[in-house]
Structures are given as structure tokens and as C-alpha cells.
Design a protein around this ligand. Structure first.
Ligand SMILES: [Zn+2]
Ligand SMILES: [Zn+2]
Length: 66
């Protein structure tokens, strides 16, 4: 309901983030994913991404240690 929350349904105008739910990387121009790893893992529900890109996955794991 927040007026500042502007979302455009159906339009692919979001930042070009990898389509893998757990991945924070930018996708490649010709793919919905940042890497072949994410494309292969897209059907798998993962808590963290293991694409290997800097700042993705590993960082989240380290932060989540408890
Ligand atoms: Zn990733
Ligand atoms: Zn990815």
C-alpha cells in the first residue's frame, strides 16, 4: 500500500539481478542468470548461492554462522 513502493508488474525493468533466488549477482545480458551454476541450480531451493562470485553466497554463509 505504500505509495513509494513502485513496482511495475509484468515489465522486466528491475535491476538485472540473477534469477536464482539466493543469488545477489548481476545477470549476464543473454541470460536470466549470472552463471551456468545458477541456471542449473534454479530448480533447487538453496539458502545460499554457490556461484562463486565475490560477495555472493560465501559472505551470506559467514554472516549466518550461529
Ligand atoms: Zn550467486
Ligand atoms: Zn547467480
Amino acid at each position: 500500500m505504500a505509495a513509494w513502493l513502485h513496482v511495475t508488474p509484468g515489465m522486466d525493468t528491475k535491476p538485472e539481478k540473477c534469477a536464482h533466488p539466493a543469488c545477489i549477482c548481476s545477470r549476464t545480458k543473454d541470460s536470466k542468470y549470472c552463471s551456468a551454476y545458477c541456471k542449473a541450480a534454479a530448480d533447487t531451493t538453496e539458502l545460499t548461492c554457490n556461484c562463486g562470485h565475490a560477495g555472493c553466497g560465501t559472505e551470506a554463509v559467514l554472516t549466518a554462522q550461529s
